[in-house]
Design a protein around this ligand. Structure first.
Ligand SMILES: Nc1ncnc2c1ncn2[C@@H]1O[C@H](COP(=O)(O)OP(=O)(O)OP(=O)(O)O)[C@@H](O)[C@H]1O
Length: 585
């Protein structure tokens, strides 16, 4: 049982595993500061804290009771939900409405916020609305057909035209659907416009994603004639670290970023706080282009802004704005595509990185069609559902044997090719279905002694390492060299192995969490599902795991677990998906 210094309903919710001691503690402190005693208000405050902990920006009071799933190992306790939440309206700690003066909590339209998140959400909303209201930038699209050689109509061409003609746009799509290909051509188009050349910033939420973005843009640079000195950086670096604050930056509303175009990749990992800081630091005349896959796992911190932007209702007055030059009328746009287009969102669909089977499976997961997912996993070929781990163990052992031979022979290039062959992805970090247990188990399977960093061991970097230019999430492998064991990592200009003693934060990487695998691609992926009751088992998790593979996917788990994953979507409450009260009729 969790030690909670509270009575009544708070204690009950804590004992049921719905609230943690920290949720209760923050709620009690808020209440004490504001002189609030009412149990309903205390419970609402604790649920708002819990919401943020679980990634939501706010809590929707009318539906919160339905969305609460007690922890698996909690005692089965019947929860006493308040019959009505009206005591919040008279509370000294709750500001009611968008315009009420500051109080620690804010209730707007049935959504309860910790005020800080309300302010950040308002910042994002204001920036989006200002950008949408300003006259669109004028742009000459005449060179579109030469930038895209393929036959029209074409969604990449449409995305380029939409992003060129708006102050903010979103290019979404799964791995390999050509988001970077499109952005490279967008930059070419904008650099060709009359006037001084625009200043371009490329950024991503993590060091690893920034390094990948830079690599992919430079791969395209020669083909489209982009400047070769384009560099990508993390959003933190772009905005400028400040030693005195984790969530404030050198660039803000009073010291704007000196760029005309800002491109952000892997935007699905950008939290509300970060998006608010970025938007306030942009010049009003800077274009923002967000790239990402809103169906992947959401950021660790609160908010899922990319997904909110994709699902936001479009202002009724906005035209869908399909520019004539794109010939996109016949591109098979449905009503949903046209609604998204009115918000500047274009979804690219055809992946160059995996074949029709994985594409079909990813689409069935994305759209929540569990029957189709099971049918595809049953059809054989390069997809499989396997209740046992025997086959995956065989597969891992085969790759590990080959890897060890190459590593013993000091063949780093071969090791790096093998590193991309297969990866086991887990939902959990700990426990019998978690990465730790599986890394140990695979270590034993492949004959390695516990704790031994033998040649052939795959590694993952667990914190940014500026000295070695390695990023949290980079993977490498231990190889034998005449100078002793080294870790080889894929690098643009060929592997440059690093002595193990110079690596400060690395772990074995036979198995990875799905979270950590975001942004990586492997030929074969095994997704190890936990039991159906695990709250980590979600549609986003399965989609992210499946789309890491380029050739084959094996799902290890029960049919029930697959159905649970496909049926359970991450719900992150946020006001951004709603029109502001009174904003539109
Ligand atoms: N229209 C196209 N014509 C030719 N090649 C293309 C086209 N679109 C994409 N590609 C190629 O497909 C591959 C994947 O494209 P790209 O890297 O742009 O995808 P992405 O959506 O940015 O992927 P990720 O999300 O994994 O970064 C690249 O090699 C790219 O050159």
């Amino acid at each position: 049982m969790i030690p909670v210094r509270a009575d009544g309903v708070l204690r009950q919710f804590a004992e049921a595993g719905v609230l943690t001691a920290a949720d209760v503690h923050v709620a009690l402190r808020l209440a004490r500061l504001g002189g609030e005693q009412h149990e309903t208000v205390l419970l609402a405050a604790a649920l708002a804290v819990r919401g943020v902990r679980a990634g939501s920006v706010c809590v929707e009071l009318a539906t919160v009771a339905d969305s609460v799933v007690p922890e698996e190992d909690a005692e089965p306790i019947e929860l006493t939900w308040p019959q009505d939440w009206s005591p919040l309206h008279d509370s000294s700690v709750v500001a009611v409405g968008a315009d009420a003066p500051w109080r620690p909590l804010r209730l707007v339209d049935g959504l309860l916020y910790l005020d800080r998140y309300w302010q950040q959400e308002q910042q994002v909303r204001r920036s989006l609305d200002e950008r949408a209201a300003r006259p669109a930038p004028t742009v000459n699209l005449a060179s579109l057909p030469t930038l895209f050689a393929g036959p029209a109509p074409d969604l990449q061409r449409l995305a380029t035209a939409v992003a060129a003609g708006r102050w903010i746009s979103v290019i979404t799509g799964g791995p390999g659907t050509g988001k970077t290909h499109t952005v490279a051509r967008l930059l070419r188009l904008l650099l060709d416009q009359p006037g001084p050349p625009p200043r371009v910033a490329l950024a991503a939420p993590t060091g690893k994603a920034a390094a990948r973005l830079q690599e992919s843009v430079l791969e395209q640079a020669a083909a489209v004639g982009l400047p070769l000195d384009l560099t990508a950086q993390t959003l933190h670096r772009l905005l400028g670290w400040r030693p005195d604050s984790r969530s404030r930056f050198r660039h803000d509303a009073t010291n704007r970023l000196p760029f005309d175009i800002v491109v952000v990749d892997e935007s699905s990992m950008v939290s509300l706080t970060m998006m608010a800081r970025l938007l306030e630091a942009l010049r009003p005349t800077a274009r923002l282009v967000l790239m990402g896959d809103p169906d992947q796992l959401t950021p660790v911190d609160a908010g899922a802004v990319l997904s909110d932007l994709v699902h936001r209702p479009a202002p009724p007055a906005a035209a869908d704005g399909v520019p004539a030059e794109t010939s996109a009328d016949g591109a098979g746009l449905d009503d949903e595509d046209r609604r998204q287009l009115r918000n500047g969102v274009v979804r690219l669909r055809v992946s160059q990185r995996y074949g029709a089977n994985i594409a079909g499976l990813a689409e069935a997961v994305r759209t929540g069609d569990a029957d189709r997912v099971l049918e595809l996993l049953d059809a054989g070929e390069d997809l499989a559902l396997d209740p046992s781990t025997t086959a995956v163990e065989e597969q891992i052992r085969a790759v590990a044997d080959e890897m060890r031979s190459a590593a013993e022979a000091g063949d780093a290039d071969r090791c790096l090719v093998l590193l991309g062959r297969h990866r086991l992805l887990c939902a959990h970090r700990h426990g019998p279905f978690g990465v730790s247990a599986w890394n140990d188990r695979i270590g034993r399977l492949t004959g390695a002694a516990a704790g031994e960093w033998a040649p052939g061991l795959p590694l993952i970097v667990t914190a940014n390492d500026y000295e070695n230019k390695l990023w949290n999430g980079d993977t490498g492998v231990v190889v034998r060299t005449p100078e002793g064991p080294r870790a080889a990592f894929p690098r643009g200009a060929g592997p440059a192995p690093v002595p193990l003693s110079r690596l400060s934060a690395v772990s074995p990487a036979h198995a990875l969490t799905v979270h950590r695998s975001q942004g990586s691609q492997f030929e074969a992926v095994t997704a190890l599902l936990p039991p159906a009751t695990s709250t980590l088992l979600t549609r986003e998790l399965l989609y992210t795991a499946v789309t890491r593979a380029s050739r084959s996917v094996r799902v290890v788990g029960s049919e029930e677990a697959v159905r649970a994953a496909v049926g359970r979507q991450v719900v992150r409450a946020s006001g951004l998906r709603r029109p502001q009260p009174g904003e539109w009729p």
